[in-house]
Design a protein around this ligand. Structure first.
Ligand code: C2E
Ligand code: MG
Ligand code: MG
Ligand code: MG
Length: 286
């Protein structure tokens, strides 16, 4: 309980450096073995076509529910996992769990549901990254064409040559790539030429206030134009209002994701939403 209070307090007061460091060390210690203890799970958030609001896929989002610290945000613990190398094991677990879930939904009749999986730039530094993914594909029997990797533009991607050859290999198997948080990262336009993503995800910073601040609206239109000209689909993240949805529809965005349409949900709850919405509303790729 004391730990919990300390954590909550740190949300409201700017903690000093020492306190922050102590909390990080605590997270690091607690994160070890969190998978084995069953504290880690995945939630899923719908991704929808903007014209007819038909469901096109889901994004898997990691959750950590610690018995004392409570629910810890991935924004806090993913960087810790990256610094300590734990991201490799966590990334493998996420990949396997999300692929299994895709297969289970395919068997339940939700066949052409795209599964988007967040991948840390650090995972590309693992020599076995591609092999591990291919292994997971075989092991789970998932249709690789239904898998999209979401990668944030990042300075952590140092060896651009290596990453593009890894992505080329994965693409040969049908795996697709999305650039996450587009517009807030590093060297955006260079990435687009090198990594050939099929999807651009506009960061929610631009969507927030889209309808009140002309500049952000202009940015969104510009990003959509970039996507169009390079033959990519564009998805807007963080849609929270009907106004934002209308704006994006008028601007010619392809897909949307956000609390306005649905929050990230546990697998069972998401499946209920799929049934309720009568998925698939439209015939998918196959
Ligand atoms: P992201 O991949 O850009 O995911 C979108 C984040 O926005 C998620 O936060 C989602 O819950 C949140 N979100 C969705 N709709 C709305 C909305 O309408 N309004 C607002 N305010 N937020 C919305 P979450 O789940 O806390 O994840 C945060 C970040 O943590 C993710 O950003 C991603 O970078 C990272 N992450 C999550 N799961 C994984 C994972 O399995 N592996 C790795 N490497 N990173 C992950
Ligand atoms: Mg993402
Ligand atoms: Mg994002
Ligand atoms: Mg993000």
């Amino acid at each position: 309980e004391a730990k919990k209070n300390r954590h909550q307090k740190s949300l409201f007061f700017e903690p000093c450096f020492g306190e922050r460091l102590a909390y990080k060390v605590e997270l690091e210690n607690e994160l070890r073995g969190a998978i084995e203890r069953g504290e880690i799970s995945l939630h899923y958030q719908l991704q929808q076509n903007i014209q007819h609001c038909g469901i096109v896929g889901v994004e898997a989002l990691i959750r950590w529910n610690h018995p004392v610290l409570g629910s810890v945000s991935p924004v806090e613990f993913i960087p810790v996992a990256e610094e300590t190398g734990m991201i490799i094991a966590i990334g493998e677990w996420v990949m396997k769990t999300a692929c299994r879930q895709q297969v289970s939904w395919a068997e339940a009749g939700f066949g052409s549901l795209r599964m988007s999986i967040n991948v840390s730039p650090y995972q590309f530094q693992d020599e076995l990254f591609v092999e591990k993914i291919l292994h997971t594909l075989r092991e789970t029997g998932v249709d690789a064409r239904q898998i999209t990797l979401e990668v944030t533009e990042s300075l952590a991607i140092r060896d651009v040559e290596k990453v593009s050859s890894q992505l080329r290999l994965l693409r040969q198997w049908g795996i697709k790539l999305a650039i996450d948080d587009f517009g807030t990262g590093y060297a955006s336009l260079k990435y687009l030429r090198t990594f050939e993503p099929h999807l651009l995800k506009i960061d929610r910073f631009f969507v927030d206030g889209i309808d009140v601040e002309a500049e952000r609206g202009d940015m969104v239109r510009a990003i959509i134009a970039i996507g169009r000209s390079l033959n990519m689909e564009v998805l807007a993240e963080g849609v929270e209002t009907e106004n934002q949805l209308q704006f994006l529809r008028a601007a010619g965005c392809d897909e949307v994701q956000g609390y306005y349409l649905s929050r990230p949900l546990p697998a069972e709850a998401l499946e209920q939403r799929l049934r309720l919405k009568g998925y698939p509303l439209t015939t998918g790729a196959d």
